[in-house]
Design a protein around this ligand. Structure first.
Ligand code: SF4
Length: 328
């Protein structure tokens, strides 16, 4: 073991309740209906998870028009707009909605505010599937605000009827800065009824903040299109990590990252199975960083029931309709 070399392992990290539910939904759909089961978009934003499910018979498509009429299709954890639901129905598809309930909550808020003739400023990344889905609930009432700088210039029709909502996987600090700047311009801006940035995103950011300043290097396990994983790299750097990188797999760790490094912080995004973190820890141990201390800032025990189409004994579920997976 390298003298003085250590790993600080953030907790909570990895799978959240919404990702767990979505992955189990595809597994159960394969068990119940047999392969192939079609999935619109990546079920969760993780390369490894998608490859594993593909190997078991899941077929990932970009849009429902690529699914044969009458087949089963799973909607991903990021949610879909009503237009996608209609398109699936028009093709006679058997839809299984694995949208995370915390994303559905934001959809409902959007529908309610639109019905109330509010103008909704949706803070998020315009090209992200979740934002496309939420914005599709009320396209005439929603304007996407992509950054604090965008808040300085975005135009609204009636500043007295403006409310903000957000994507679930943003940086908490940056979102609050966007809201602050929106409020400077629109003092009557209304807040959402509860946090839109989900518990898992917030908890993983709090945990990495705790270890960032003590870390010469932070490694975030997660995929490039995983919003919450990319945010963890940014938050680590903002809170004092000397360097921070994202990797999908342990073999992507570059030797020169470790030069002069005593403490490596490790965490993972909400769509990352723990096996990938274990492989990173094994690679670090091989490089002399075998001393691992977990730093926990919150406990998580939330679980969501499976989509209603998959509940019941026939799917091999427990009495609560849960998949029975144990999360790290
Ligand atoms: S990151 Fe949050 S919103 Fe997204 S699936 Fe997980 S719990 Fe749901």
């Amino acid at each position: 073991m390298g003298a003085g070399k250590r790993v600080l392992l953030a907790a909570p990290r990895g799978y959240c309740a919404g990702v767990d539910r979505a992955v189990v939904a595809v597994e159960k759909a394969l068990e119940r209906f047999g392969a192939p089961v079609y999935v619109r978009k990546q079920i969760v934003h993780n390369v490894h998870v998608v490859r594993e499910l593909e190997a078991r018979g899941a077929v990932f498509v970009d849009e429902v028009d690529a699914v044969p009429a009458g087949a089963h299709v799973v909607f991903s954890a990021h949610g879909v707009s009503p237009a996608v639901v209609s398109a699936a129905a028009d093709r006679g598809l058997q839809a299984i909605d694995a949208t995370c309930p915390l994303v559905t909550k934001v959809h409902r808020e959007a529908v309610r505010f639109a019905r109330d003739e509010r103008e909704i400023l949706l803070i998020g990344h315009e090209d992200h599937e979740e934002v496309e889905g939420t914005a599709g609930e009320a396209p005439d009432h929603i304007t996407v605000v992509t950054s604090p700088e965008h808040a300085d210039v975005v135009e609204v029709r009636d500043p007295s009827r403006v409310v903000w909502l957000s994507q679930t996987t943003l940086s908490v600090d940056e979102t609050m800065e966007t809201v602050r700047r929106l409020r400077v311009r629109f003092p009557e801006l209304q807040d959402p009824p509860s946090d839109d940035i989900c518990y898992a995103t917030q908890n993983r950011q709090v945990a990495i903040k705790k270890i960032a300043a003590d870390s010469d290097l932070v490694i975030v396990v997660g995929s490039a299109n995983s919003s919450n994983s990319v945010r963890l790299v940014e938050v680590a750097l903002e809170y004092g990590a000397r360097a921070a990188y994202r990797v999908d797999y342990a073999h992507e760790i570059e030797q020169h990252w470790l030069e002069g490094v005593r403490t490596v912080g490790v965490t993972s995004g909400a769509s990352v199975p723990e096996v990938l973190v274990s492989e990173v820890l094994a690679a670090l141990a091989d490089a002399g960083y075998g001393d691992v201390a977990e730093v926990r800032t919150a406990e998580e025990d939330l679980m969501f029931s499976l989509p209603k189409e998959l509940r019941g004994d026939a799917a091999g579920l427990d009495a609560r309709g849960r998949g029975g997976r144990t999360r790290a």
